[in-house]
Design a protein around this ligand. Structure first.
Ligand SMILES: Nc1ncnc2c1ncn2[C@@H]1O[C@H](COP(=O)(O)OP(=O)(O)OP(=O)(O)O)[C@@H](O)[C@H]1O
Length: 302
């Protein structure tokens, strides 16, 4: 399970949404593809541009107040199959009706659970244990998500606290955000590395075949519009190593800087995840990806 908190803006309201659900393991994934005969996102009969357009329409519909959306009549069988598949991934229902040229596909949202006593939507919510709240409070106090100003203030603490200030300066979390030009340079250099290094090209290919890869657009757009997103997927599907990269590349694609914090319950996993992600990007730990092993955190029971 991977929980993503988008920390800007911070509000107290934690809303759980139906997550895109890459629950299909690699083996059963194959089976499903064959059984249904439906077009997949990789199906060459559905142009990439069309797939993106369908995905955008569905995203907009999902966040709108409308209860039904009907696509135009001229979708091909493959395109309708792609709509069915995307709907399923996005937790919506779809149904085709009509014959021949009149065949159309409509998309519906699942009915919201409404509390009969209050008449309000019964949102599924979750809460943290007291111990987790304490750890998060500690983290966000020391490293506020929009911490440029606070971080700098902390770095510039007056004399007598030089060691502390130096520590802060060395802290990955307090590194200043990249500007647009630096981001563009990073993006370009990543593309060049992938193009030139055969091992990196191979890793990129392997990454694109991970079960989570086909959920990339859904994940980034869902996170854009929701503050808390839960992603559940089988072990090894790519939650830990891929989702942070999808988010980073998505933000960099828009020319925007971001800070992504991944927590791990053990020191060894914190370092190995940072090492793995760095190597998948052809970088060294400390370039774009680093890790912080905090005694305070790791001394706590996880
Ligand atoms: N250090 C590594 N060396 C080689 N392959 C790795 C390494 N770390 C991850 N992988 C591979 O990358 C793929 C994605 O791994 P990842 O840890 O992101 O999956 P996950 O969904 O987070 O799994 P889990 O739920 O077990 O944490 C897996 O196939 C895994 O074998």
């Amino acid at each position: 399970m991977c929980i993503i908190f988008r920390l800007e803006p911070i509000t107290k309201k934690l809303k759980e949404m139906a997550p895109p659900n890459p629950t299909v393991a690699p083996s059963s994934f194959k089976k499903k593809k064959q059984k249904k005969g439906a077009a997949t996102e990789q199906n060459p009969s559905v142009a990439e541009a069309t797939r993106i357009r369908i995905s955008r329409i569905l995203q907009e519909f999902r966040t709108s107040d409308n209860e039904v959306y009907t696509f135009e009549e001229n979708l091909t069988n493959f395109e309708r199959a792609a709509v069915h598949m995307l709907c399923k991934k996005m937790g919506m229902r779809s149904k085709s009706s009509g014959r021949g040229d009149q065949r159309r596909i409509s998309v519906y949202k699942f009915k919201k659970n409404v509390d009969t006593r209050t008449g309000k939507e019964d949102l599924t919510s979750f809460t943290f244990s007291n111990e987790a709240k304490e750890v998060l409070q500690d983290l966000f106090t020391r490293y506020p998500p929009n911490d440029c100003d606070v971080g700098e203030e902390m770095m510039g603490e007056p004399s007598g606290k030089t060691d502390k200030a130096q520590k802060k300066k060395d802290d990955t979390f307090c590194k200043p955000l990249l500007n647009r030009a630096e981001i563009a340079k990073k993006v370009e250099s990543l593309a060049t590395r992938v193009e030139k290094a055969p091992n990196l090209r191979q890793i990129t290919e392997v990454r694109s075949r991970l079960p989570i890869a086909s959920f990339r657009d859904v994940i980034t757009s869902t996170i854009e519009s929701h503050q808390v997103v839960l992603i559940s997927g089988e072990t090894g599907c790519g939650k830990t190593t891929q989702v942070p990269q999808y988010l980073l590349d998505y933000m960099w694609g828009k020319g925007e800087a971001c800070k992504i914090v991944c927590t791990q319950p053990r020191r060894i996993s914190a370092t190995s995840v940072a090492e793995r992600i760095s190597s998948e990007r052809g970088e060294n730990v400390g370039d774009s990806v680093g890790y912080k092993r905090s005694r305070a955190f790791f001394q706590r029971k996880s």
